[in-house]
Design a binder for this molecule. Structure first.
Ligand code: GDP
Length: 289
């Protein structure tokens, strides 16, 4: 049975997003470079295709992702019409500073000096939208007003000269069609912490790390990962780190949290959880089950 990750309030989110999209020129879609598809929302591309809006696709947190895999994803997205994909770290001011010029290139018809370029940031929670907004606005902060027709919290800010930036309309939850997407998001902390599934999420993450990044595991935890499965990996981390419950048994929840936190902090190394190839294989496997 598939896990119900979120209650659906998709219809109202869609309506807000559709209204907001009508009033802008370029969509800045922020995703997590470690899991660019799982951290996307298909509604964004569907609406922007319908409205024929170009998209600057930011693979954010690129500092945490495997650079070779990020390059593959950029090639993948740059083949899509109307899309320009760029790997960034929103925390890095010079990366954020590139965004307005990239948006300008995507909407040359707005570049006649009379019309402002209207950009909108979209993305699921926790991918780095606020970080990016703040980095962009450091250059010039001027609030031009709320947009009550869309949502009371949505703001359009003047990025001047001739540029406005609107923040994401309402909450845009990920659309989790496949359980691995939920696990990837949970591992990356894009969805809230749930103690019950921490151990499952760590096992999921562990299996990816064992398959694709065994050398990073060996270096971080001083273990030989070659003969381990995900469960044994978490146990080995627990033994290494002295995660014991009263009576001397292994505290697997604590060991799971160590693995998850280390991944989230980027201290195991630069890791990507999906590639275009692994994603296609995952979907094919689930759909033939
Ligand atoms: P939002 O919910 O999409 O607005 O996401 P936030 O801007 O609040 O960012 C969520 C978390 O990701 C925060 O802890 C940020 O500091 C962190 N974050 C954002 N951008 C980056 C980045 O480029 N690299 C890293 N390592 N962390 C980032």
């Amino acid at each position: 049975m598939s896990i119900q990750w979120f209650p659906g309030h998709m219809a109202s989110a869609r309506k807000k997003a559709a209204e907001a999209m009508a009033a802008i020129d370029v969509v800045i879609e922020v995703t997590d470079a470690r899991l660019p598809e799982a951290s996307g929302n298909p509604m964004i591309s569907e609406l922007r295709r319908f409205r024929n809006r170009p998209c600057l696709k930011l693979l954010n947190k690129a500092d945490l992702a495997d650079p070779a895999v990020t390059r593959v994803w950029m090639d993948f997205y740059n083949r899509q019409p109307g899309v320009k994909a760029v790997a960034v770290s929103a925390r890095n001011a010079s990366d954020a500073a590139r965004v307005p010029a990239l948006c300008r290139q995507l909407a040359p018809h707005r570049d006649d000096g009379t019309k402002p370029l209207r950009m909108m940031i979209m993305g699921i929670p926790n991918v780095g939208k606020s970080t990016l907004m703040n980095a962009l606005l450091k250059r010039k902060v001027a609030k031009v007003g709320d947009e009550p027709a869309v949502t009371k919290h949505q703001q359009t800010l003047d990025l001047g000269p001739g540029m406005t930036l609107t923040d994401t309309p309402g909450m845009m939850w990920p659309k989790i069609d496949y359980d691995p997407d939920g696990y990837m998001l949970a591992a990356s902390h894009a969805i809230g912490r749930n103690a019950v599934i921490d151990e499952e999420v760590a096992a999921f993450l562990g299996s990816i790390l064992l398959e694709r990044y065994p050398a990073l595991l060996a270096a971080r935890y001083r273990i030989d990962p070659s003969s381990l499965d995900a469960q044994a990996l978490v146990e080995a981390i627990g033994r290494r780190r002295g995660c014991l419950v009263k009576g001397g048994g292994l505290d697997l929840e604590k060991a799971s949290l160590i693995l998850l936190q280390d991944y989230r902090d980027g201290v195991i190394g630069r890791i990507s959880l999906e590639t275009p190839e692994s994603r296609a294989a995952m979907i094919a496997r689930i759909e033939t089950e």
